[in-house]
Design a protein around this ligand. Structure first.
Ligand code: BGC
Length: 710
């Protein structure tokens, strides 16, 4: 790497102390600048759903001003659920502008770890169980962010798929699983997204902490992928000065305020002075930090100003939320609801009024506002329909939010735990019974033409620092839904959550079921628009919703959460790769999502020049305008041994009027068919026949074609 003359000059002019100051936290979210040389501090903020509130420089105490209310964007799961690369770019652009508008240089996101188990507390932040989808949605998001002269920080590299013991757990997995599942989204983030920074994870891999791993950081990231950006540690993820200095980690951050005692602070100075570490190793890190500053125009030139809370940002949040809603079930075309036929509507369920933006761990934000489902419905219906609300289930408020200083103590007890679903005292049981009785009483009133249940999870469950213990719905919701369905069999159910829940007690009985992720400030608006058909749903699940947690391969074959070590015995068979290969039916499969219209696929053709082109004609055969998501999977015919029955390799979303048809073309290369060969330590494409499966989910394949490789 050749650095500019400016960078070379600065490195020569910097003292060792100044250099060391530039590569560790000098406050909770910034490094030290060198004013005499015009080098500013590097200022970071959490994301990825918005720019986090400001804290005191040395305490996890909110600054407490009103300047840090921001736009609240749909979570990673929701963005992946749109399967729309342009929306990911747009969301990134908003996040970037707001980051800059708030005066920060680096936004700590997107988060792209693979969803290995439905129980991982941070799944709501993550994109998908599938590396292709995760990478395809992440790269444009990063490009969008970086348009604003701020850096994205793709995290957490790598194999950080659980919260329990997250600081120390060793992820034990084959190189094949690592290469095929856990690294590709990062590779795309770096190579296609060109993420200026990347965050090293807490956990260990091959016996080393990720932030000290020569294998991950030197061999793969810098060596194989040619990464020249800045590697920032997760907060408190560095344990050893020599190891961190010797590998490609650049900046150490942590949660404590003894900044001089960080491993890459005074201990590093001492190590250089005692000759245990060469100063050139520090220089390399400093050069990369300066290159980042050059890229962001922090050293000279015009830097974009950014802005936040603009009406246009809210429009983007709404557009993304609209495409993230997933229609899971719609028997007898129960939905969309017909507002003209409704005078009185009953909304049951605490999640109809719950505000989620302020929870979840470091992804929390101070949202300018958050339209809850109930607000969305009322605003949509105006005063023309009477909308009544009752909670239906009781949520103990004491557990609702983590204390402001949780992060300060987050390095204790392995950094994370598995959380018991609920602890219920007599008083709480009583409140729960009362809430249910009131809901049943109201639901029996036939003057309500429509009854809607909005339940699911909240950030007491979907949260950093803890995994769920099971997939059960909390607060006795199963009983509430079952009993309500007995008296209102046509009740529409909305699940509002960041990760799958078990729905087996009632899913067969419900005719209309809608999934709402943590969808940002306009989530409630988007939900109302989908329920009433202003928006034709086009969200599709970016992960499998198993019937029971035990069905999930990381639980039935592999381990979750393990103890000191978590063994990925399921190997590459994560998510649909497992369910489809084993013929095991989940409740809702990967890629599933219904529409209010129907589509047909015709004239599938495959042509081979240098690349492989798959084209087809897609037609809207229903009576409404709508968006169709065409998913492309490859299926090995001749060499299927120890390969998943299908793997996602392409997707396109198009909008079609009723009766309209459009051609869609996918381009694949031979690498699209490759698998990782442990012996050759490389991806290899085995010659033979492969089928191309085109469909609306991994189960619902509408057209097939064959191609011969090699
Ligand atoms: C989280 C990161 C976050 C950092 C700073 C850590 O605990 O794992 O995702 O960016 O804290 O808040």
């Amino acid at each position: 790497m050749t650095y500019s003359k400016k960078i070379q000059g600065l490195v020569q002019a910097l003292t060792l102390e100044e250099k060391v100051g530039m590569i560790h936290g000098n406050s909770l979210f910034a490094t030290k600048g060198v004013p005499r040389l015009g080098i500013p501090p590097l200022v970071m903020s959490d994301g990825p759903m918005g720019v986090r509130m400001d804290f005191q420089p040395d305490q996890w105490v909110p600054a407490g001003n009103d300047a840090d209310y921001v736009s609240y964007l749909p979570s990673g799961s929701a963005l992946a659920s749109t399967w729309n690369r342009s929306l990911a770019w747009e969301a990134g652009r908003v996040l970037g502008e707001e980051t800059r508008g708030r005066g920060k240089d680096v936004i700590l996101g997107p988060s792209v770890n693979i969803k290995r188990s439905p129980l991982c507390g941070r799944n709501f932040e993550y994109m998908s169980e599938d590396p292709y989808l995760a990478g395809e949605q992440t790269a444009p998001m990063i490009r969008g962010i970086q348009e604003a002269d701020v850096a994205a920080c793709v995290k957490h590299f790598a194999v950080n798929n659980q919260e329990t013991e997250r600081l120390y757990v060793e992820a034990e997995l084959s190189d094949r699983a690592l290469r095929e599942l856990y690294l590709p989204a990062f590779e795309k983030a770096v190579k296609e997204g060109k993420s200026y920074t990347l965050m090293g994870a807490y956990n260990k891999i091959k016996g080393e902490h990720c932030c000290e791993s020569q294998f991950l950081l030197d061999e793969i990231l810098r060596g194989e992928w040619g990464y020249d950006g800045v590697v920032i540690s997760d907060w408190g993820a560095v344990h050893n000065t020599e190891k961190a200095a010797a590998c490609s980690l650049d900046v150490e951050m942590s949660v404590t305020n003894d900044f001089d005692q960080y491993k890459m602070a005074d201990p590093l100075l001492a190590a250089v002075k005692e000759g245990r570490i060469r100063e050139e190793q520090i220089d390399e890190k400093v050069k990369r930090v300066l290159l980042l500053m050059e890229r962001l125009h922090m050293l000279e030139g015009d830097r974009k100003k950014g802005c936040y809370n603009t009406p246009e940002h809210r429009e983007t949040a709404k557009a993304a939320a609209e495409e993230a809603v997933v229609l899971l079930k719609n028997e007898g075309n129960r939905l969309p609801l017909k507002e003209k036929k409704i005078k009185k509507m009953l909304v049951i369920g605490e999640n109809a009024v719950h505000v989620h933006s302020c929870g979840g761990g470091s992804a929390e934000i101070k949202a300018l506002y958050e339209i809850t489902p109930l607000m969305g419905l009322k605003m949509y219906l105006g005063g023309n329909v009477q909308v009544d609300y009752t909670p239906g289930y009781y949520v103990p408020s004491a557990q609702e939010t983590q204390s402001a200083s949780w992060q300060e103590t987050s390095l204790e007890n392995g950094g994370g735990q598995t959380r018991d679903t609920e602890m219920l005292g007599t008083e709480e049981s009583q409140k729960r019974r009362e809430a249910l009785e009131e809901a049943l009483r109201l639901a029996a009133d036939e003057r309500y033409e429509e009854v809607l249940f909005v339940g699911g999870l909240n950030h007491d469950f979907d949260s950093e620092g803890q995994d769920r213990k099971d997939m059960k719905l909390p607060y006795g919701q199963d009983e509430v839904i079952r009993k309500l369905l007995e008296i209102r069999p046509d009740m529409t159910v909305v699940m509002h959550a960041g990760s799958p829940v078990e729905m087996e007690e009632w899913a067969d009985q419900v005719s209309a079921l809608v999934w709402l992720w943590y969808s940002g400030m306009e989530g409630g608006t988007a939900l109302a628009e989908v329920l009433f058909g202003v928006v034709n749903p086009s969200g599709h699940l970016p992960e499998t919703f198993p019937k029971y947690c035990e069905d999930c391969p990381s639980h039935s074959i592999g381990e979750f959460p393990g103890d000191d070590t978590v063994r990925h015995k399921e190997e590459i068979y994560v998510g649909y790769r497992y369910y489809q290969t084993q013929g095991k039916k989940p409740r809702f499969c990967f890629g599933h999502g219904l529409s209010y219209t129907t589509f047909s696929y015709e004239e599938v053709q495959v042509s081979r020049e240098k690349e492989i082109e798959v084209s087809l004609k897609v037609k809207n055969t229903g009576s409404r305008k709508g968006k169709e998501l065409i998913q492309l999977y490859i299926h090995p015919v001749d060499n299927g041994a120890d390969r998943p029955v299908q793997e996602l390799k392409g997707y396109e979303k198009i909008e079609l009027d009723c009766g309209e048809e459009k051609n869609v073309t996918f381009t694949l290369s031979e690498e699209s068919f490759a698998r990782y060969d442990e012996k050759r330590k490389a991806f290899v494409t085995e010659p033979g026949r492969y089928e191309i499966w085109l469909g609306e989910s991994c189960e619902k394949i509408l057209a097939k074609a064959e191609v011969r490789i090699g």
